[in-house]
Design a protein around this ligand. Structure first.
Ligand code: NAX
Length: 328
């Protein structure tokens, strides 16, 4: 039997946590033959810790065959100990009257502390996925706070945006999602992201040609995907949780187990590809083999796409500028 892998999850008593933990313990993340140990972090607050205990009681009650252990933590230094995978879901939500700048700073503090803890105690091969918003900038902060870990270990979640785009396209052309390949979402996990189906194929045929409607692209598709999070809040009264958890599972599973040559979208530190400044955590099309992602190279960027990429990059650089003073 395989040795168990340690999966740390922050914000474990939150909404996304409640959709995520049971699937990890069920083997959806790392495979149906891979035992897991869950190391769950919540804030020290008594209510949060009590809620976390309750979630663990339910996990226990599932008697998952692959679950080799589950522990509750309020200190990242113990939660991240020897972690092979770290899902950083917990973040400070925007409170009433809170400016964007305050939100960035509150989260910068959290992700500085967590980056340092990962640096100190996690596995040297830890795969980190940041879900908590602003996800790209939080991932950047954690990465910069962990100088002893490879920068490539830090990623941000664009997969929900990718999956949203995939589902919209499948519906538009009346094809199953599984028939569609070579889709990506460039940039920041925010409404400025750029979902791009110019290279996509469905059963090997061009999706762009099948849709053949630039007005639909600009006026329907891009805003629908970009504002999907807000549409879910409007409809459900709370933000997307199960779909976010599902996307986190997809992201890490593909990172660990590979994509067989297929494209997926990951927010990763740029290596300078496509003119994106080095280390910017940016949504790129990638393929994954042997646990290593590679940016799909050589794609043509037309004028419209360049404009969209510049816009989402500008936002990311502004976010980075806003937290620069906290990074030492
Ligand atoms: P909830 O507010 O339900 O849960 C968050 C949990 O994190 C809370 O239980 C809180 O106590 C905990 N927490 C806060 N600070 C912490 C810290 N320093 N250490 C450990 N735990 C901490 O939010 P939920 O709906 O689960 O969403 C979590 C995050 O995901 C939010 O930041 C949200 O904006 C973000 N999202 C990101 C998405 C993406 O695609 N990247 C999509 C979904 C989601 O909106």
């Amino acid at each position: 039997a395989k040795a168990p892998m340690r999966v740390a999850v922050t914000g474990a008593a939150g909404q996304i946590g409640y959709s995520l933990l049971f699937r990890i313990a069920n083997g959806d993340l790392l495979g149906k033959d891979q035992p897991v140990i869950l190391q769950l972090l919540e804030i020290a607050d008594e209510k949060a810790q009590k809620a976390l205990k309750g979630v663990i009681m339910e996990i226990d009650d599932c008697a998952f065959p692959l679950l080799a252990g589950v522990t509750a933590h309020s200190d990242p230094m113990t939660a991240f100990k020897d972690a092979d995978v770290a899902l950083l879901v917990g973040a400070r939500p925007r409170g009433p009257g809170m400016e964007r700048k305050d939100l960035l700073e509150a989260n910068a503090q959290i992700f500085t502390v967590q980056g340092k803890a990962l640096d100190a105690v996690a596995s040297r091969n830890v795969k980190v996925l940041v879900v908590g918003n602003p996800a790209n900038t939080n991932a950047y902060i954690a990465m910069k706070s962990a100088p002893n870990l490879p920068a490539k270990n830090f990623t941000a979640m664009l997969r929900l945006d990718h999956n949203r785009a995939l589902s919209q396209i499948a519906a538009k052309i009346s094809k199953p999602v599984t028939s569609i390949e070579k889709l990506t979402v460039w940039g920041n996990h925010s409404p400025t992201m750029y979902p791009d189906y110019r290279f996509s194929t469905a059963d090997g045929k061009s999706v762009k040609e099948a849709i053949n409607d630039e007005v639909w692209n600009k006026d329907v598709f891009l805003p629908t995907v970009g504002k999907r999070g807000a549409a879910i809040i409007d409809a459900r009264g709370v933000s997307s949780a199960a779909s976010a958890a599902n996307a986190a599972i997809d992201h890490v599973r593909d990172w660990v187990l590979g994509t067989n040559g297929k494209w997926v979208t990951m927010g990763i530190p740029s290596d300078g590809s496509y003119g994106i400044p080095k280390d910017t955590i940016f949504g790129f099309p990638v393929t994954v083999e042997n646990g290593e992602y590679k940016i799909v190279q050589g794609l043509e960027i037309d004028a419209f796409s360049q404009e969209r990429i510049n816009l989402t990059l500008k936002e990311l650089l502004e976010e980075r500028e806003g937290v620069k003073h906290l990074l030492g």
